[in-house]
Design a protein around this ligand. Structure first.
Ligand SMILES: NC(=O)c1ccc[n+]([C@@H]2O[C@H](COP(=O)([O-])OP(=O)(O)OC[C@H]3O[C@@H](n4cnc5c(N)ncnc54)[C@H](OP(=O)(O)O)[C@@H]3O)[C@@H](O)[C@H]2O)c1
Ligand SMILES: [Zn+2]
Ligand SMILES: [Zn+2]
Length: 336
């Protein structure tokens, strides 16, 4: 099969991926094999390619927003049959035995294996995966390229939203308005939760307003019009933490979404932290993926997706890194 392989990390502008012909993987007894249709680009792919995250396997196939069709099933598989539509997201497998796996919190499993990092991902024609971690998609009436961005920003946004414990009538702040925050806004809106978006660029401020935010602006320049019940910070910017805490009411929750951050200082404990809680988003679990896909069609989504052919993956990665894509979501077509 054709696959994009990363052997050594380098700046994405140096085009570290190589398009090669390698043997097709075969489904083991408890695995399904997908013929991949599309795979969406996530910023994490760039972090892995460039060395911000360690290379855990070499060569590696990146990509964890995968939509495909089951074309081979192992002999113990009973959740899928050949021809089913299925997806693969960040959770590739977990141990199934630890206290976290036994309480539906695989996201904390010490053996959490990530797609496109610990295991080969979606910039290839085929992938094999344990059937219990493949996501059934027959019931989702969207096109494959519309589903791909749901697989990472969608599920992660839902998981971050759940951590806020926001309920109808609450006021929720979103700091940074990239693809993940977009889904949180839509989920919150569908539940009657008010959203207050702080983001720097005019383009993102306008998009947030158009998509239904109650307020959108740059809170480093103008203060939000009210206190918040909960907030989520998306960019890895530790300097946002204390000002955001100061915007929360007592009893409020701050969720930190990034996987890394610049240093976080809280100088005034009594004024800004006392009475509030901080939580972090740490991977995603199967329950969250399933719940999100059960609600997704009720959301009024206007994703904004641009497609690139398989051969142009590295051009697309460079444009994503430089923030030069016309649409917020970029998806690679692997097969028609
Ligand atoms: N924890 C997990 O398990 C997990 C899973 C999936 C994703 N994530 C994380 O979720 C986050 C969201 O990802 P994303 O791709 O949707 O968003 P993103 O593009 O990384 O960032 C969101 C927005 O934040 C703003 N921003 C960037 N740097 C900023 C800064 N220094 N100060 C203020 N605003 C800044 C930008 O908008 P403006 O230019 O308009 O300000 C940007 O569009 C990422 O950090 C990702 O690592 C975490
Ligand atoms: Zn991702
Ligand atoms: Zn486990």
């Amino acid at each position: 099969m054709r696959a994009w392989l990363l052997k050594e990390q380098a700046r994405i502008e140096e085009r570290p991926l190589k398009l090669l012909d390698i043997p097709e993987p075969r489904a083991r007894d408890d695995e399904v094999r997908l013929k991949i249709l599309v795979c969406g680009i996530c910023r994490t792919d760039i972090h892995i390619a460039e060395g911000d995250l360690a290379l855990r396997k070499s060569p590696l196939i990146l990509g964890h927003e995968i939509v495909g069709v089951v074309d081979e099933v192992g002999k113990n598989v009973n959740r899928f049959k050949v021809g089913d539509r299925a997806g693969v997201y960040w959770l590739y497998s977990s141990c199934k035995k630890c206290k976290y796996c036994l309480s539906q919190r695989e996201n904390y499993c010490p053996d959490f294996r990530a797609t496109g990092w610990d295991e080969d991902g979606g910039y290839a024609e085929y992938i094999t995966i344990p059937e219990d971690c493949a996501l059934p998609l027959n019931h989702v009436k969207l096109e494959p390229h519309e589903i791909a961005p749901l697989m990472c920003p969608g599920i992660a946004g839902y998981a971050a939203f759940k951590l806020t414990d926001a309920k109808k009538g609450y006021k929720l702040g979103l700091y940074g308005f990239g693809p993940t925050a977009y889904f949180v806004l839509k989920i919150a809106d569908s539940m009657g939760i008010e959203t207050y978006v702080s983001t720097r660029s005019l383009k993102n401020i306008e998009r947030a307003k158009k998509e239904g935010a109650n307020w959108a602006g740059d809170s480093s320049k103008e203060r939000m019009p009210c206190e918040l019940d909960a907030a989520i910070i998306f960019p890895p910017a530790g300097n946002l933490v204390e000002p955001t805490l100061s915007q929360l009411e007592n009893g409020g929750t701050l969720v930190l979404a990034p996987v890394s951050s610049t240093p976080i200082n809280i100088d005034n404990y009594s004024e800004n932290l006392w009475g509030r809680s901080i939580k972090t988003l740490y991977n995603i679990n199967r329950g969250e993926a399933k719940e999100f896909f059960n609600m997704v069609e009720a959301l009024d989504l206007n994703l904004g997706t641009i497609l690139f052919p398989f051969e142009e993956l590295q051009d697309a990665l460079i444009l994503v890194k430089q923030g030069k894509t016309e649409q917020p979501n970029v998806v690679i077509t692997v097969a028609d």
